[in-house]
Design a protein around this ligand. Structure first.
Ligand SMILES: [Zn+2]
Ligand SMILES: [Zn+2]
Length: 394
């Protein structure tokens, strides 16, 4: 049993706790810490998805509240990947993160290979740094800040500082980096516009949400069913599932703009076989980086709590657009109307009130939000928590 092990802070990467242990234990080398915590001097502490958590757990005080599952779900990036991979792959990744010696590591190395985070570096938020130092007496690496494509803090909406410390140090140079002081920015961020910042805010909040709200086991099925429906609604696909790749790529390009797509390593080549967006919708890849799913979901005007909430309506076949009727009233999916995701209720985006005054889309959005609050309180609460940032897990 270890003489001590620091308790992980809320939202702290397990890697970060291990780095704090290494520092406090005064172990002369990385090999000693790897032996004590992972059971082998050559085991590597993989920053985003570490392994050997069962061994680590076996070395903790018998009364510890930490379990291997708690370490994986609350202190690694695994929950961010889980909704976007098949259950088999998720199960073998969990097995690997529990004990790397069991089975083989392919599922996990697969995740890391497909991850855009490979080869990137540690980031932190200066405001979180200040508040953690005040609350806990020290700062630490937040897992919500580390994934590639997360450029702002979900809580403070400020640009994160990229320290340049590699998430995966080389074999020769095994170093456990701590956030022991404020490090300077290694690269100047692009000049993001206000519109860009809204995209970045959505990405950071989506990552945070996914990390703190366990996705259902059939998340992939729900997700692809919703993709199919939304593509038809947005007129990017036919009912038979044919995706119009040029129109969708152009629309995606102009929706995000070059700056965001370059920052997300997600520009779109027009050739279908290389176009990740088309491949994602056609389920051509085994794993697509979570950031790309988040970009696709926002582009289809959905959000994360919305896309994973199954409603009765979503299990029905997609309704055909009605012919020759008053389209504002009859077609719930019409571009001129807002439709409730959870029932057939719709509101025209622009309408005249009783006094004959034209009322714009802002007021329609407000009325829709009131409708959801009143008729679907659970869903309303989810959205509210998404935009305000959900509380830390207990
Ligand atoms: Zn922050
Ligand atoms: Zn409704």
């Amino acid at each position: 049993m270890l003489p001590f092990f620091p308790h992980p802070y809320p939202n702290e990467l397990l890697y970060s706790t291990i780095a704090r242990y290494h520092f406090r234990s005064k172990n002369p080398s990385y090999r000693d810490t790897a032996q004590e915590l992972l059971g082998s001097p050559t085991a590597s502490v993989i920053a985003l998805l570490p392994s050997n958590t069962v061994f680590l757990h076996s070395q903790l005080h018998p009364n510890t509240l930490l379990t291997p599952d708690k370490l994986i779900f609350e202190h690694t990036l695994f929950p961010l990947y889980k909704p976007f991979i098949e259950k088999d792959r998720a199960d073998s990744a969990i097995r690997y993160m529990k004990r790397s010696s069991v089975g083989d590591g392919r599922p996990l190395t697969g995740l890391l290979r497909y991850s855009l985070s490979a080869g990137r570096s540690f980031k932190y938020c200066p405001q979180c740094f200040a508040s953690d130092t005040k609350t806990h007496g020290e700062a630490y690496w937040h897992r919500d800040h580390q994934h590639f494509g997360v450029l702002t803090c979900y809580k403070h909406n400020s640009l994160l500082v990229d320290t340049g410390f590699p998430l995966a140090p080389t074999q020769q140079e095994r170093i456990l980096y701590r956030l022991d002081k404020e490090y300077p920015r290694q690269t100047a961020p692009p000049n993001f516009t206000r519109k860009d910042m809204r995209h970045l805010e959505f990405i950071a909040k989506s990552v945070h949400w996914l990390m703190h709200n366990p996705a259902p086991d059939n998340a992939m099925e729900i997700l692809h069913r919703r993709y199919e429906q939304l593509l038809v609604e947005r007129k990017f696909a036919t009912q038979s599932g044919l995706v119009a790749h040029r129109p969708i790529s152009k629309a995606f390009d102009s929706y995000y703009g070059e700056r965001i797509l370059v920052a997300m390593s997600s520009s779109l080549p027009m050739a279908t076989d290389k176009n990740w967006l088309v491949r994602l919708f056609r389920r051509r890849e085994k794993v697509t980086d979570p950031i790309r799913h988040i970009l696709a979901i926002r582009f289809l005007r959905e959000d994360i709590p919305g896309i994973f909430s199954e409603t009765k309506e979503q299990n029905l076949p997609i309704p055909r657009p009605p012919q020759g009727e008053d389209h504002l009233r009859q077609s719930p999916k019409d571009e001129n109307a807002l439709s409730c995701k959870f029932c057939p209720f719709t509101i025209p985006k622009i309408f005249r009130n009783k006094a004959g005054k034209v009322i714009g889309p802002d007021s329609a959005h407000l009325r829709m939000s009131e409708h959801v609050e009143k008729n679907h309180p659970e869903e309303y609460e989810k959205r509210r928590r998404f935009w305000e940032g959900s509380p830390e897990p207990l």
